[in-house]
Ligand binder design. Structure first.
Ligand code: FAD
Length: 398
């Protein structure tokens, strides 16, 4: 081990791993990203990126690229499941960009992925390399891949998702099944002109399930995610096809606007939802988990990817100027800052899970009142206004 720049390896080329590679490069630290898939791709579905995530991507110089492919929705509107009545609204658009210094985006996952890939130097990502083994040596970590190859590093960043192999080396826990699944689909915007003209994130809440819908791909497409009880469904595969008819049956009795969205695509995909409870550590001296590998959350609040991006830039900020010898200290600082933040977001998601699915009645009326009071743009300051990079480099963090 020397005082040279650390040799850094990232496992997993999802949003967190790619953002980490881009942020490390900006901090003057080279890395290699090893991805199990034989080609880089993302699923055909949308994603929301709140200002706490978009601010950091803008700092990586990706603002223009995001604006080319994303939508800046005008508002998030929560509506009733049966009569489409608006329960509450958060204004976004220019007001959000002005207040928080960064926009709220809705975009196609594949577009976000491509923007991140394009930010990296050629050769950064190595495909078809599934990590199957981790050995911690005195001052390095050795990774073994499915093809028998090995790589030594001064730091391994495990960005390999909810079923992380790196996490499996550190911890003995398993993903926790939520009992719910989502159907997801993408529709040509021309089929839903009235909805697209509104340019909003729409959330319909109803007994036991909810549906989220928003424009993506610069307004050319509309993406939706509709939750249901999972029944026997356990698959976590984006390619798991599911019949639109099943989806419409699950949403029987919901208002015609929701049903027009759900009935529009040729096919939908179904995804069982898992998270993991918070754990006391994400790291060892030279290993750190980020993104879903560290803190997978249910999607009821659209924060998983933004938290992965926060992780990526916070970690790069802690590592800036680090040598191989000082990596362990940088990781300790990173974890001390990121744990409380992600636990707070996780609690918010768990509250949302309860709120999204309340049966009609007294509890639902109380929820509606509470949401009306608590859904303003300024009430989101703790979430949207958070600057993960500044937090990681603050004197308190040191
Ligand atoms: P992943 O995207 O899982 O990437 C992990 C990568 O590691 C993959 O490329 C995988 O192939 C690779 N990998 C795995 N194992 C290995 C191995 N052993 N060796 C090498 N490579 C490996 N978040 C938001 O912020 N906004 C939203 O609107 C939103 N909506 C969501 C809707 C749904 C239905 C779901 C399920 C999630 C949603 N999320 C949202 C959460 C978000 O998608 C995830 O938090 C985010 O994609 C996680 O990114 P990641 O890079 O940590 O993990």
């Amino acid at each position: 081990m020397t005082s040279e720049r650390p040799r850094i390896v990232v496992v997993g080329a999802g949003i967190a791993g790619l953002a980490a590679a881009a942020a490390l490069a900006r901090a003057g630290l080279a890395c290699q990203v090893f991805e199990q898939a034989p080609e880089l791709s993302e699923v055909g579905a949308g994603i929301q990126l709140s200002p706490n995530g978009s601010r950091l991507l803008h700092r990586l110089g990706l603002g223009a690229a995001l604006d080319r492919v994303a939508v800046r929705p005008q508002a998030i509107e929560v509506r009733r499941w049966d009569d489409d009545q608006v329960l509450t609204k958060t204004t976004l658009g220019a007001a959000c960009a002005e207040l928080y210094g960064a926009p709220y985006y809705t975009l196609h996952r594949a577009d976000l992925h491509q923007v991140l890939v394009d930010a990296l130097a050629p050769g950064t990502v190595v495909l078809d390399r599934r990590c199957v083994g981790v050995t911690e040596l005195a001052d390095t970590v050795r990774l073994t891949f499915a093809d028998g190859a090995t790589v030594d590093a001064d730091l391994v960043i495990g960005a390999d998702g909810i079923r992380s192999a790196i996490r499996g080396h550190l911890l003995a826990d398993q993903p926790r099944f939520s009992g719910q699944a989502v159907f997801r689909g993408v529709v040509d915007a021309a089929e839903l002109p009235a909805l697209v003209a509104e340019g909003k994130v729409l959330i319909w809440m109803g007994p036991g399930q909810h549906c989220v819908c928003y424009p993506i791909s610069a307004g050319r497409l509309v993406s939706f995610a509709a939750s249901t009880a999972a029944g026997d469904w356990r698959a976590e595969s984006w390619s798991a096809g599911a019949a639109t008819a099943d989806l419409l049956t699950a949403y029987d009795g919901w208002n015609p606007v929701v049903r027009s969205v759900l009935g529009a695509p040729e096919s939908v995909i179904r995804w069982a939802l898992y998270d993991r409870p918070a754990v006391p550590r994400w790291s060892s001296a030279r290993l750190m988990l980020i993104g879903d590998a560290a803190h997978p959350m249910l999607p009821f609040g659209a924060q998983g990817a933004s938290q992965g991006i926060e992780d990526a830039l916070a970690l790069a900020a802690c590592l800036a100027g680090a040598s191989a010898a000082t990596v362990p200290a940088a990781l300790r600082r990173y974890e001390a800052v990121r744990r409380p933040r992600t636990e707070q977001v996780h609690r918010f998601i768990q509250d949302n899970e309860r709120d999204h699915h309340v049966e009609d009645g007294a509890e639902q009326r109380e929820r509606d009142e509470r949401m009306r009071a608590d859904f303003g743009l300024r009430q989101r300051a703790w979430l949207f206004g958070y600057d993960a990079e500044a937090a990681a480099t603050s004197p308190e963090a040191a």
